[in-house]
Design a protein around this ligand. Sequence first.
Ligand code: SAM
Length: 279
Amino acid sequence: MEYSAAPAGQAESPKRKTPVGVDPTVPSVARVYDFLLGGKDNFAVDREFAAKLIELTPGGIDVGLHNRAALGRAVRHMVNQGIDQFIDLGAGLPTVQNTHEVAQSVNPKAKVVYVDNDPMVLVHGRALLAENGNTTVITADLCDPDEVLNSPDLRALIDFDRPVGLLMVAVLHHLDDSQRPGELVARYRDAVPSGSLVFITHFIDGGAETADIERVMLGDLGSGRFRSFDEVRGFFAGMELLEPGVVYNPLWRPDPDDVVPEPMSFAGKIIAGGLGRKP
Ligand SMILES: C[S@@+](CC[C@H](N)C(=O)[O-])C[C@H]1O[C@@H](n2cnc3c(N)ncnc32)[C@H](O)[C@@H]1O
């Protein structure tokens, strides 16, 4: 579904009506990320902002691809460990190799609940999932765990008596410290049973190298905190952090055919991920 073919800097001429609640004049995290992954569900304002990011990030287009690839490997790993139900918090706009596609390619009965606070995700998710009874998408703020966890749509698919796969992939860095991301992770961790697996990826503070990216993100997008490895490891409190720990995305359990940049590229060092197991 394409909203506009207008190049960055030019006026929008929507081919379809802008969905209710979507503001095409302000960049959104979901739409900027969609553009970086090669999607079409974005506006000129998102593409302009993405261009700014790419200028500051050598090889920047790879950041999203590395992240998306790590998400896919993590989901496959989790299904192979017996997880057959997922809550994907901050799911993003549907793109290639979405969580349900990866999970259901290994276990066709795997269930996936997508959660995002961007209304455009609901519009596109519903269209994609129209015929997939094992997958749903809800619009909610992950900062309101009660609303998310008590959602009837979520409860219809997720059995909280069996291990759950929780995904918080490239989303916690969109929360400010004042939103207490660590406490939120703990709330979700506490809601799922023993044996549940939690995959998190997050922007990594690279000192002066990432300071400008953080400044532009916080200024123009309103979010994008770069945290240290220690801070990201801290999100796994109360869980067993599984091998290889929190590492740059390309280093997180690469597939045999993956080419891992050596030395690690700048784009490869923007986001790191880790997998925790609730004891
Ligand atoms: C960079 S995208 C990541 C998408 C996907 N998880 C991935 O890694 O490929 C971050 C997503 O988180 C969503 N998001 C940001 N803050 C959120 C919040 N407080 N609650 C729910 N979703 C949020 C954004 O709308 C966006 O779709």
